[in-house]
Ligand binder design. Structure first.
Ligand SMILES: N=c1c2ncn([C@@H]3O[C@H](COP(=O)(O)OP(=O)(O)OP(=O)(O)O)[C@@H](O)[C@H]3O)c2ncn1[C@@H]1O[C@H](COP(=O)(O)O)[C@@H](O)[C@H]1O
Length: 93
C-alpha cells in the first residue's frame, strides 16, 4: 500500500511541521494553516474526520489509509498551533 514512498512516523512528521513553523518556507501548507488560525484548523480536522468515516464505510483500504494520514496531519497542525507536542498527547494514551 505504501509503494516506494519514504515512510515517516508521527513524530518525524511533527518535527517536520515544527521546522516549517520556524523557517516558514514559501508554499508550505503548514505555514498557511497556522496563519489561518484555529477556526480554519478546526474545520480541517472535522473535514478530514468526516472523510475518514466515509472512506471506512464506502472506499478502499488505500483511500482510508490516505484519509487517515490527512487527519493525523490536521491534528498535528492544531497541536502545533497551540504549542502542544505529541508527548502531551501520549501521556493520555
Ligand atoms: N501530510 C501532509 C498533509 N496531509 C494533508 N495535507 C494538506 O491537505 C490538503 C489535502 O486535503 P483536502 O482533502 O482538504 O484537499 P483539498 O480540499 O483539495 O485541498 P485544500 O483546499 O484543503 O488545500 C493538501 O493539499 C495539503 O494542503 C498535508 N500537507 C502536508 N503534509 C506533510 O507535511 C509536511 C510539510 O508540508 P508543507 O507544510 O506543505 O511543506 C510534508 O511532509 C507534507 O507531506
Amino acid at each position: 500500500m505504501q509503494g516506494s514512498r519514504v515512510v515517516k512516523t508521527f513524530d518525524e512528521l511533527f518535527s517536520e511541521l515544527e521546522q516549517r513553523a520556524r523557517t516558514r518556507p514559501e508554499g508550505s501548507s503548514t505555514v498557511a494553516a497556522l496563519d489561518a488560525g484555529v477556526h480554519f484548523q478546526g474545520k480541517k480536522v472535522l473535514e478530514e474526520a468526516g472523510e475518514v468515516w466515509l472512506a471506512a464505510e464506502h472506499e478502499s483500504d488505500e483511500q482510508l489509509a490516505e484519509e487517515a494520514s490527512q487527519l493525523l496531519y490536521r491534528l498535528q497542525v492544531i497541536l502545533l498551533a497551540r504549542g502542544l507536542s505529541p508527548q502531551d498527547v501520549y501521556r493520555y494514551l
